[in-house]
Design a protein around this ligand. Sequence first.
Ligand SMILES: C[S@@+](CC[C@H](N)C(=O)[O-])C[C@H]1O[C@@H](n2cnc3c(N)ncnc32)[C@H](O)[C@@H]1O
Length: 199
Amino acid sequence: MQAVRQSDLMSSCNQARSHRLGDTSRMGAVEGASRPYVSFEPTDPQVVTALLRLAGVGERDRVVDLGAGDGRIVVAAARDFGARGVGFEINPRLVSMARERARTAGVEDLAQFVQQDLFEADLRAATVVTLFLLPEVNVLLRPKLLAELAPGARIISHTHGMGDWRPEKTRHVRDPAGWYHRLHRWSIPVRALGTDDGR
Ligand SMILES: C[S@@+](CC[C@H](N)C(=O)[O-])C[C@H]1O[C@@H](n2cnc3c(N)ncnc32)[C@H](O)[C@@H]1O
C-alpha cells in the first residue's frame, strides 16, 4: 500500500515537474543556435551526484554535458569523481559562470567549457554524456550519439526519455524541496549492433 502511494507520488511529481520544464522551455530558433533550444534550468546538486553515480563515473571517464548551463555537472564530475569533462553551452553568460565555477572548485585543468551549439559538439572522446533537454531534442540527438560515441559509453538523461530506446536503468531521486527526478541510463552497444538509424 505504502509502495503504491509512493509511486503515485513520484508519478504526479514527475508530471508536475515536466509541466514546469514545459512552461519554462521554448522550442525555436535563437541567435547562435541552429536547432531547438531549451531554457536554463539547473539540476539540483543532489541529483547531479545521483546521475554521476548512475553513470558510474570515475577518474578514467570523460564526461560531456550537452547544454551545460552553469557547469555544475562537469565541475562535480571533476571535483567529486576525478573525471575529465567538457560542457557545451550556447549561452555565453552561462559559459562564463561555468568557467568561474571550475576555477572556484580548483578543477580548471579537468573541467572545460565550450560555447557551441550542442549539435556541433565533438563527442568522440566522451565516455559519459549527460542530457537535461527536451524529449524531442533527445530524439534528434540519437543519430549523433550512435555515430560518435564508442561502444560502452553511457548516456544519462535527466527527466526525459530517448523516444523508443528503452533505458537499461531508471532511478527516481528526491531533491531537498521534495521533487522527484527521473534519471535514465543507456549504453552504446557494440558496433556490430549499432546500426540503428536513430529514428
Ligand atoms: C535545462 S538546462 C540544463 C543545464 C545543466 N545541464 C544542468 O543539468 O544543470 C539546458 C541548457 O541547455 C542550453 N542549451 C539549449 N540549447 C542549446 C544548444 N543548441 N546548444 C548548446 N546549449 C544549449 C541552455 O542554455 C541551458 O543552459
